[in-house]
Design a protein around this ligand. Sequence first.
Ligand code: C5P
Length: 239
Amino acid sequence: MERPIEKIRGYGSAMSPQSIVIAVDGTAASGKGTLAKKLAQHFGFAHLDSGALYRLAAYSVLEAKGDPKNEADALRGAQTIDFNLAGDARIRTDFIGQAASFVAAIPAVRAALLDFQRNFLAHPPGGSPGAVMDGRDIGTVICPGATAKLYVDARPDVRARRRWTELKAMGIRRGEGDLLKELNARDAADKSRPVSPLVQAPDAALLDTSDLGIDAAFAAALALVSAKVESALKDRPRG
Ligand code: C5P
């Protein structure tokens, strides 16, 4: 499993202020993370799963016996993220996903994580010419000037089934109906919060992955972003 946050450790080592950015936003379990990773591999770009930051913050709050809805607790969580847990299965549960959604609705938490994300995009680790970041507000708030933007979605029943399959592979048995309810509740909260709500940017291309397997979804994603990315790669200043 890729550990996107570990790449951040290379931050600052390579200066590429003209970096190319692919912003991938979308609903929970829509396939945006997989697509973002594959796009990054394809173009040789760095990748950051911004959802992991909120999950890590939530995990930190819960470990400290704090309340993810409490501003002071949530901010402390965001300030005490343990990046070693970025690839840990413990932050991938739906319980943490829900807690992440609570901390993510608090403006001070988002502000605390803003520079980190923008720095990653401005200076992709490893000297990459670009970065792919997936989340909820990448094309709208974190990087409105992104080179290319995708908004990934799928029917809720399809997303719940994918989540069920993913959890099963992790040895976690959950009812599909419960997962569907949780996904719907989390999406509704993410879309309706006053700060950085999940919304399709006007210039983002919509990709509905409901009826697409991974390969077909990736081909569709590539078709939507490649002209813009290739052109930016060609035009980028060298030297
Ligand atoms: O994408 P993932 O399911 O890991 O995200 C967990 C939660 O973190 C989301 O439900 C959302 O509330 C929050 N999040 C966010 N902004 C992002 C990424 C994630 O608010 N850019």
